[in-house]
Design a binder for this molecule. Structure first.
Ligand SMILES: *[C@@H]1O[C@H](CO)[C@@H](O)[C@H](O)[C@H]1NC(C)=O
Ligand SMILES: *[C@@H]1O[C@H](CO)[C@@H](O)[C@H](O)[C@H]1NC(C)=O
Ligand SMILES: *[C@@H]1O[C@H](CO)[C@@H](O)[C@H](O)[C@H]1NC(C)=O
Ligand SMILES: *[C@@H]1O[C@H](CO)[C@@H](O)[C@H](O)[C@H]1NC(C)=O
Ligand SMILES: *[C@@H]1O[C@H](CO)[C@@H](O)[C@H](O)[C@H]1NC(C)=O
Ligand SMILES: *[C@@H]1O[C@H](CO)[C@@H](O)[C@H](O)[C@H]1NC(C)=O
Ligand SMILES: *[C@@H]1O[C@H](CO)[C@@H](O)[C@H](O)[C@H]1NC(C)=O
Ligand SMILES: *[C@@H]1O[C@H](CO)[C@@H](O)[C@H](O)[C@H]1NC(C)=O
Ligand SMILES: *[C@@H]1O[C@H](CO)[C@@H](O)[C@H](O)[C@H]1NC(C)=O
Ligand SMILES: [Cu+2]
Length: 575
């Protein structure tokens, strides 16, 4: 190599070091305190004592830049155990801060506290945080907004405004009572009484219209809507009257922009859309309601609204005289065709930055679905109120996941504590059957277990997620903790490796943390197991987690210096 080239390369290396040091220097640390406490919240003509954070519902929005560190001290002044999960944050080497109770930590007990510390690295867009204990996340949630590194641009023209839109689900009862009742009876839990946008049901519900959320916009402006489905149990359609939505991101990864009039988000998913103020200045409804793919199951069929309001819209003299907002059409509750068209539109924006493994070391196939347990002999009829005297259940690969209750799985894994979990979660369904056909009743009852699947550090993993039609097929939003994954294919019926492998998109597949697996269909995801820890993968319909639709990946430490999970925090709650 001649001297000049050598010098040039050295110069370049120093320059790169300098720039990365600069951006590190720019990274900030944000300290917050979250006080979890019962407070009166007035909704649907009733005042409810709800568990909320810092007296706010939804809870505080956290805003950071990519590269920043968050330190959040959670103080539990509620009467329930609580934990907080930072949904979608990769938690590289900080799995102790992930939050799912009995998976990465024991709960923070009433009167206790725990400080979560983690760094956001390589993620930009919209995530959120929520309780990961019982059904507390019905009211314990908030937005986590990640801007580009300081000085770095969005990959689209900077919008004039940004508005976080949290879609929630509201019970006119204590949600903890609702889930406890369902656990006792074995039946389906009561459906919710309202959906909400930023905590407010909106004009179409009793006692709500005065507090309907206003989303501001003005003629010629663009607003970036950061839509989050924080609902407990319901995938939701989302639309804005008369306005097109340009999707630019999902789950804190950018997407190749595409335009649509309606979104569908499974619980856990986020979608960033640009909306232009290109309509006559007026008021337009922003609306969300159920996408219901399960058959013959009761669901909350109400519609929540906010109002997209042009700043320059004519102002009435009195509040009551305001123009009625334009009502948008919404897809039918069971409009799976719209869901499919929407989910097929997602692409990564830049194929050169796509790191999808082209080959895999672990080829896994997991069935996901419901089940019905026969009534145990020692249970009376009041505890078997599922269909025809059964109890509802759910499973992955016929294992209905049960949480430990005396030590977290991560702690047991790290410290070699026996008797807490086993590592024999099956790589394939124990039995081959026509997953989406008429499944024999003898296969409807899974076995309960606390089973993990071990992954070597750095292994390239593919998982086929296959819905089953047991009891009913359903669109399940499957969320993996600790990772983003590429969704390389989706389809209906039974996955067929001979035929369907040809459809794999290894060029520009979307990167997500939650995949809405098509009803009576399948999705294929890939990721590299480069984050050591115990990572739960579960359906984000909370009722299905309660029934056992979950499993845990146990990822080894690597050999490199930065390839091991950090030591547990000193204040980590123990059981
Ligand atoms: C569930 O709904 C039933 C029927 O409306 C009602 O009797 C029961 O009290 C509800 N349970 C809870 C926990 O709200
Ligand atoms: C809404 O506000 C109006 C005027 O302030 C008041 O008269 C009315 O009672 C309120 N309605 C509700 C449902 O709170
Ligand atoms: C919602 O369901 C109720 C029954 O549960 C039914 O009476 C009502 O018509 C439904 N509403 C809509 C808009 O489908
Ligand atoms: C959707 O529901 C309607 C009735 O509400 C029914 O006529 C239609 O067949 C259903 N479509 C699908 C795809 O299930
Ligand atoms: C319950 O029993 C009835 C009558 O035998 C039957 O038609 C129905 O399919 C059963 N439902 C379930 C979910 O087992
Ligand atoms: C936790 O509970 C399990 C099951 O009851 C038991 O086998 C195990 O020894 C317990 N472990 C600890 C650390 O208490
Ligand atoms: C499903 O199979 C059972 C017997 O295994 C049969 O009784 C039932 O009629 C079948 N249902 C359908 C819809 O084919
Ligand atoms: C699941 O396991 C149970 C208990 O071992 C068995 O009865 C059932 O047939 C299995 N079902 C499937 C789908 O493998
Ligand atoms: C709260 O957490 C402790 C473990 O830290 C557990 O023993 C207890 O059962 C939990 N309480 C409830 C109501 O889940
Ligand atoms: Cu599910």
């Amino acid at each position: 190599m001649d001297n000049f080239r050598c010098f040039f390369i050295m110069f370049l290396a120093i320059f790169v070091l300098f720039i990365s040091a600069l951006s590190l220097a720019n990274a900030e640390t944000h300290e917050h305190e979250f006080v979890v406490q019962a407070k009166p919240v007035n909704r649907l003509c009733n005042i409810h004592n709800s568990i909320i954070v810092n007296g706010q519902f939804p809870g505080p929005t956290l805003e950071v830049n990519n590269g920043d560190t968050l330190i959040v001290k959670v103080i539990n002044k509620a009467q329930y155990n609580v934990t907080i999960h930072w949904h979608g944050v990769r938690q590289m080497r900080t799995g102790w801060a992930d939050g799912p109770e009995f998976v990465t930590q024991c709960p923070i007990r009433p009167g206790g506290s725990f400080t979560y510390r983690f760094t956001i690295s390589g993620q930009e867009g919209t995530l959120w945080w929520h309780a990961h204990s019982s059904w507390l996340r019905a009211t314990v949630y908030g937005a986590l907004i990640i801007h580009p590194r300081e000085g770095a641009p969005y990959p689209f023209a900077k919008p004039k405004r940004e508005t976080a839109i949290l879609l929630g689900e509201w019970w006119d009862a204590n949600p903890i009572d609702v889930v406890r009742e369902a656990t006792r009876t074995g039946g389906a839990p009561n459906v919710s009484d309202a959906y909400t946008i930023n905590g407010q049901p909106g004009d179409l519900y009793k006692c709500s219209s005065n507090d309907t959320v206003i989303v501001p916009i003005d003629s010629g402006e663009t607003n970036l809507l950061r839509v989050i489905n924080a609902a407990l149990n319901q995938p939701l359609f989302f639309t804005v009257a008369n306005h097109k939505l340009t999707v630019v991101g999902a789950d804190a990864s950018y997407t190749k922009p595409f335009t649509t009039s309606v979104l569908m988000l499974g619980p856990g998913q986020t979608t960033d859309v640009l909306i232009n103020g290109d309509q006559p200045p007026s008021r337009y409804y922003v609306a969300a309601r159920a996408y219901q793919s399960a058959q013959n199951a009761p669901f909350d069929n109400t519609t929540t609204t906010a109002i997209l309001e042009y700043k320059s819209a004519p102002r009435p003299a009195t509040k009551g005289a305001q123009t009625k907002p334009v009502i948008p059409p919404l897809p039918a509750y069971n409009d799976t065709a719209t869901v499919t068209a929407f989910s097929k539109s997602f692409r990564s924006p830049n194929p050169r930055e796509v790191l999808v493994p082209k080959e895999v070391d672990e080829s896994l196939f997991f069935t996901i679905g419901l089940g019905l347990n026969k009534c145990p002999p020692n249970f009376g009829a009041s505890r078997c109120q599922g269909p025809n005297g059964t109890r509802f259940t759910a499973s992955m690969n016929n294992v209905s996941f049960a949480l430990p209750n005396n030590v977290s799985i991560l702690q047991a894994y790290q410290q070699g504590i026996p008797g807490v979990f086993t590592t024999d979660f099956p790589a394939n369904p124990p039995l081959k059957f026509d997953f989406t056909g008429n499944v024999s009743r003898s296969l409807w009852q899974p076995a309960s277990g606390t089973k993990g699947y071990k992954l070597k550090y750095g292994s390239r993993v593919q998982v086929v997620l296959q819905d089953t039609s047991i009891f009913t097929p359903e669109n399940h939003p499957i969320h993996l903790h600790g990772y983003d994954f590429y969704i390389i294919a989706e389809g209906f019926g039974n996955f067929n490796s001979k035929k369907d492998t040809a459809k794999f998109n290894l060029v520009d597949p979307p990167l997500r943390n939650t995949v809405a697996v098509p009803v009576n269909g399948w999705a294929v995801i890939r990721f590299v197991a480069d984050n050591p820890g115990a990572w739960i993968m579960h359906c984000h319909l909370d009722v299905h987690i309660n029934w056992g639709l979950a499993m845990v990946f146990l990822v080894d430490n690597g050999v490199g210096e930065l390839q091991s999970i950090e030591t547990p925090p000193e204040d980590l709650p123990l059981c």
